[in-house]
Design a protein around this ligand. Structure first.
Ligand SMILES: [Zn+2]
Length: 278
């Protein structure tokens, strides 16, 4: 068995929590009074931090401090109602380096996540065997088909993301099935043994698995990776036909099938920050 990622840590661990609070003296609220005093007031703003425009959301609340929170949604600043904007902007400026660093960490985190989970919309980037295709909605097309660097999907531009996801994933699974069907016999021949059967899996946490009955399952999402990664996971699961464990004999078999396995294992980790169970 080959774990894709642990269930809790499906995605790369998020950057350390971007939270910070500045203490202020409580002052009587004389200027800003919301229509509904209990509801926080949100508003969207842009600040220039180190010459970069940074979008932020101001949440007025009953708290006594200015708080910064940074996550995938961006920067949110909670501030007491009585603190004037110029004072909040001054605080943003003082914390600019920290804020920019946290925002960048989150951006990178989101980008890694999107590698595996595209947003299902026109223009989304889809990885296929290490190449990048641009998902293109084209009502004149039928089904889904590759056209150079495009993956054309026969849906209107305003198609719901679920429909786009279904069509794109159906196509990706077909590609995975075709590639696995071509690669498995190569490794069967090297090993001198074939799986009793094989199937695609959609497991959330595993790249592949091998059962005691000699069947193997391969995650269709492997199709996003370069072919050598697909090959490594096939070699890994096929080696389990000999050894249903991860002992030295097992790794010896993997090495015989796929001599460069250490490097490719490293690539899997590097790409997604996931440490597969070795
Ligand atoms: Zn394994």
């Amino acid at each position: 068995m080959f774990r894709l990622f642990r269930r809790k840590a499906r995605e790369a661990p998020p950057p350390s929590s971007g939270q910070m609070a500045l203490q202020f003296e409580a002052r009587p609220d004389t200027t800003l009074r919301p229509a509904h005093p209990t509801a926080p007031i949100k508003d969207q703003r842009v600040a220039m931090l180190r010459h970069q425009p940074v979008r932020w959301e101001l949440v007025r609340s009953a708290r006594r401090t200015i708080g910064f929170q940074i996550d995938a949604r961006g920067l949110r600043v909670s501030a007491p109602r009585w603190v004037p904007i110029w004072e909040i902007e001054k605080a943003l400026d003082e914390k600019a380096d920290w804020i920019l660093r946290k925002l960048l960490e989150w951006q990178q985190h989101e980008r890694r996540r999107e590698d595996l989970q595209p947003r299902w919309e026109h223009g989304a980037l889809i990885r296929l065997l290490g190449e990048t295709l641009t998902l293109t909605l084209d009502p004149a097309s039928r089904g889904a088909q590759r056209d150079g660097d495009l993956l054309r999907i026969g849906l209107p531009l305003d198609a719901p993301p679920d429909d786009i996801c279904d069509a794109a994933q159906r196509w990706l699974k077909e590609q995975a099935r075709a590639v696995f069907a071509e690669r498995i016999p190569i490794y069967s021949q090297r090993l001198g043994r074939a799986p009793t059967r094989w199937a695609l899996s959609s497991a959330r946490t595993r790249w592949g698995s091998c059962n005691p009955d000699g069947s193997i399952r391969l995650n269709w999402r492997l199709i996003h990776f370069p072919l050598e990664v697909v090959d490594y996971v096939i070699a890994h699961e096929m080696a389990h036909l000999l050894e249903l464990n991860h002992g030295p004999k097992f790794w010896f078999a993997v090495e015989a099938l796929f001599p460069d396995y250490e490097r490719v294992r490293g690539m899997l980790r590097h790409h997604y920050d996931d440490a597969p169970e070795s």
